[in-house]
Design a binder for this molecule. Sequence first.
Ligand code: CA
Length: 435
Amino acid sequence: MPLKSFINVSPDSDFPIENLPFGVFKPREGHARVGVAIGDLILDLAVLEELEFFSDVVAAAVPSGRNRRNLPPEMAAATTLFASDALNAFMALGRPAWKKTRDILQNLLSAETGTLRDNEELRARAFHKQNEVTMQLPARIGDYTDFYSSYHHAHNVGTMLRGPENALMPNWKWLPVAYHGRASSIVISGTEVKRPHGQTKPPDASAPVFGSSKSLDFELETAFFIGPGNPLGQPVSIDQAEDHIFGILLMNDWSARDIQTWEYQPLGPFLAKNFCTTISPWVVTLEALEPFRKNLAAQDPAPLPYLKRANDFTFDIHLEAHLQTTKMREAQTITRTNFQNLYWSIAQQLAHHTVNGCNLQTGDLLASGTISGPTEESRGCMLELTWRGQNPLKLSEAETRKWLEDGDTLSITGWCQGEGYRVGFGEVSGRIVGA
Ligand code: CA
């Protein structure tokens, strides 16, 4: 039987009772706290925690006989899960506690349950309107890694740089390529994006010049949060990888292509990427994504054993990028792609990241890389959409774009389509301002 909430949720809302994504918000009055989105509302988990609705949650995370002193510091030290400006304590608890919380919330929000439905005073305290709060970063992000896991993105970029015969580097189909990004410049959706300055070297110039980037780009990506981490020196096997993944959100990895072209060899991206990375506020859990799980496509060559998992999986998540210039009345969709365009799975990314003993920690963010598909309209950045500026995007009779210009707003949305409902991610959006 389909779930039904006493909260009225439209069929095209991103946030029905089947979803219940977690985020951190600041109400008009009071401190930041954790909530879940339901329709146009947010359910305030700090209020429910104070009333002891979650007393079974920590117990679900602590197997009997386990010494509480051995728990990860986020769990042992936390006096609250939800009256907090970050999801870290909750994410550290692990899947049994996440599932228990989801059960409690779905029951409380169900049309069949009277606890909230029939208590007007409690409802007034526990619900906020989304358009009356300020969303914040959902977690304290210690480390951030960006993969490069879409075959079509890697192939397109490689073709531009080296020609179609040598498009992929020899390692690409053997391991999920990534670089370590910078966590300090990750910002929440809605934050203005300041066009960066830097060194660039025009192709015909004999020396580099300094100035603001002239080829500012977006990258349509998703990213996932690490729940429980792993100790230094103890890799996470691919079969256990899923237990360390809390949930997924949308990400825009803003990129300055002219700075990148001059600086990237031999150690990879640096100032072309770390000036700003924007994430969406709502984290969609793997539990909510479960009905949209798909088998990962067969990989050729077969991966090495540590990257091989029986029934490795992906999700059917439709993804779009929208561009709105200052001259447009409404945004124009410029990319339609899907999470299934990722060659490497999130389990493979996590297993590979830790195989050398690298310790992931609660709140670390692991991003997908630009998610491009096989068609021109499914390319996930301007670099590919305009083929390095050679074929400008025609936006209207009057407007074209090679790269993003000051005043442009770039938004990314995503959702899984169920029967009569969708499990959506909201959006990640940012407007470019001149430096
Ligand atoms: Ca990227």
